[in-house]
Design a protein around this ligand. Structure first.
Ligand SMILES: O=C(O)C(=O)C[C@]1(C(=O)O)C=C[C@@H](O)C=C1
Length: 372
């Protein structure tokens, strides 16, 4: 057969497939009406399994998996249409809005001069910021209600995810209401009479050390982890030791009366850190635009592709996907995903309803307003 003849044949079959597909989708809408009347969930794992097994069994040789995949996708599409139908009939979701302007008990990790303080001041201008020694204590303070809002770093444009924050997200109950970003301008700071050639040891937060690794390696400086940039600067200021230096912001160096031996020493300039503002209960601003979720899926072929396909089916713009170890000794991971949207939007509600059913574990982390 000539190519054109084969293509004509494909076109003829496509017409039939499209018409059958649309007929099937109309039936699925009838199913959705039935489910609504009988208060049944859209997703029916048993029924899907039955269809997929049958399709694979009946397939021509070598086409079992291909047929199974096509039907799995078709059922994802039908679930999406049903979800949208059901949610469209419901009242628009109602949420509390954030009250950041009136908040008094706000806090972050670190001390005066830390980048977290700059971020917290940007969220809460002229408010007293309460400091905590660790990220975990900030989560604890928000969960217990000691803080109305807590501010934590989450992502750096040079070194990526702040894993200490992200790895605590499964453990605490909180909701991300806002995000902002701070330009991190690292400098090398030492005692006023110290000399660059005598410096051998450098102290800072591990994230800051990794962001300045080129500078440190080129000068064979030994790096030492410290709880944060501001406490490292304070320790250098109080040490009396002219062979040590800290990596911190220029403001922090000045605050501790340190001498700046080198400015803007990050591997990549400019260098930004993104911060999140968390609260205990669900608060969604009218203009919140980034939704964050955390989920795990079963370890079987196609499970991740099914999740990703849902974003495509609902027309959603995924802005971040990252995996982190579950940390139970296995090699299983949890996915952190950000996408654009507002929880008040009914199609987002439909999407989340649909998405969580396909996950082993699912947690909605927040819906943030992006403040720049
Ligand atoms: O049979 C149902 O309950 C349907 O909603 C139809 C259908 C399908 O497309 O075949 C869709 C979603 C369910 O998870 C199972 C099957």
């Amino acid at each position: 057969m000539e190519l054109q003849e084969i293509r004509n044949e494909i076109d003829r079959l496509d017409k039939q497939i499209q018409s059958l597909f649309e007929e099937r989708m109309l039936l699925c809408q009838d199913v959705a009406r039935y489910k609504k009347a009988h208060n049944m969930p859209v997703f029916q794992a048993g029924r899907e399994q039955q269809i997929l097994d049958r399709v694979e069994q009946n397939a021509k040789e070598g086409l079992g998996l291909a047929s199974r995949t096509m039907f799995a996708n078709m059922m994802s599409i039908s679930s999406q249409l049903q979800q949208k139908m059901l949610v469209a009939a419901e009242d628009a979701p109602n949420f509390k809005t954030p009250r950041m302007k009136e908040a008094v008990r706000v806090g972050c990790q670190g001390t005066v001069g830390a980048n977290s303080e700059t971020a917290a001041q940007a969220f809460f201008p002229e408010r007293h910021i309460q400091f905590y020694p660790t990220f975990e204590q900030v989560f604890e303070a928000v969960e217990s209600g000691e803080l109305e809002y807590g501010v934590l770093p989450i992502y750096n444009s040079t070194s990526g995810t702040v894993t200490q924050t992200v790895d605590l997200m499964g453990k605490y109950s909180f909701f991300i209401t806002a995000m902002n970003q701070v330009e991190v301008m690292h400098c090398l700071a030492a005692l006023p009479d110290a000399k660059m050639e005598n410096i051998t040891e450098v102290y800072s937060h591990p994230q800051a050390l990794s962001q300045c690794s080129d500078f440190l390696d080129a000068r064979s400086l030994h790096s030492h982890d410290y709880s944060n940039t501001a406490t490292a600067a304070k320790m250098v200021a109080e040490s009396g030791d002219k062979t040590i230096a800290a990596i911190c912001s220029e403001d922090c160096a000045k605050h501790n009366r340190l001498q700046i031996l080198a400015s803007r020493i990050s591997n990549v300039v400019p260098n930004f850190t993104q911060f999140i503002c968390i609260t205990k209960d669900m608060q969604v601003a009218e203009n919140a635009s980034v939704i964050s979720v955390m989920l795990s899926i079963s370890n079987e072929p196609g499970s991740l592709s099914r999740i990703l396909n849902k974003f495509f089916l609902y027309g959603l713009d995924m802005t971040k996907i990252e995996s982190r170890p579950i940390r139970d000794g296995s090699f299983d991971v949890v996915f952190h995903i950000d996408f654009k949207g507002n929880l008040r939007d009914r199609s987002i509600a439909a999407f989340l309803n649909d998405l969580c059913k396909s996950c082993r574990d699912f947690k909605l982390l927040g819906n943030a307003v992006v403040m720049v």
